[in-house]
Design a protein around this ligand. Structure first.
Ligand code: DQA
Length: 139
């Protein structure tokens, strides 16, 4: 299968920020683990701190034969109607991912404006949230 893993704002700081919440492995380390886990599949990776760039990447995936998108939008999750509409505008299924259990954290993290247009949501399993989300496309 062909997977696209998209990480949004501040996820480039993974491994360096709030290590107690997000762990000590960098995004590159995590992406390497994902590639190793899905060695039989094609894994594409994209990260941006810019909302519009994430929308553009989502649009492009519709023409690339991507089977599934695994999206950790970071804080954009909680307020980006633009990303919500970008997900709704493509036929490729998207699974929303969070490394932390957002429901056990601050109130503002409990709301997601993208969940309703995603196939499902995986949260709270650290870096393995990405793997669990991609695995869901193989069920
Ligand atoms: C996050 C949770 C978000 O609330 C936060 O803004 C992030 C990361 C997670 O992976 O747990 O940047 O999406």
């Amino acid at each position: 299968m062909k997977f696209l893993f998209i990480n949004g704002v501040n996820l480039n700081m993974t491994g360096r920020r709030e290590k107690g919440v997000y762990g000590t492995r960098t995004l590159s380390d995590i992406n390497a683990d994902i590639s190793a886990h899905f060695a039989e599949d094609e894994c594409l990776f994209y990260q941006s701190n810019l909302e519009g760039e994430i929308c553009t990447r989502l649009h492009a995936a519709a023409d690339e034969g991507v089977d599934g998108i695994i999206l950790n939008a970071g804080a954009f999750t909680h307020y980006s109607y633009a990303i919500r509409d970008a997900i709704a505008s493509i036929d490729v299924p998207v699974v929303e991912v969070h490394m932390s259990n957002v429901h056990a954290r601050e109130e503002f993290r409990h709301a997601s404006v993208i969940s309703a247009v995603c196939r499902g949501v995986i949260a709270g399993f650290g870096k393995d949230s990405y793997i669990l989300a991609a695995q869901s496309f193989k069920l």
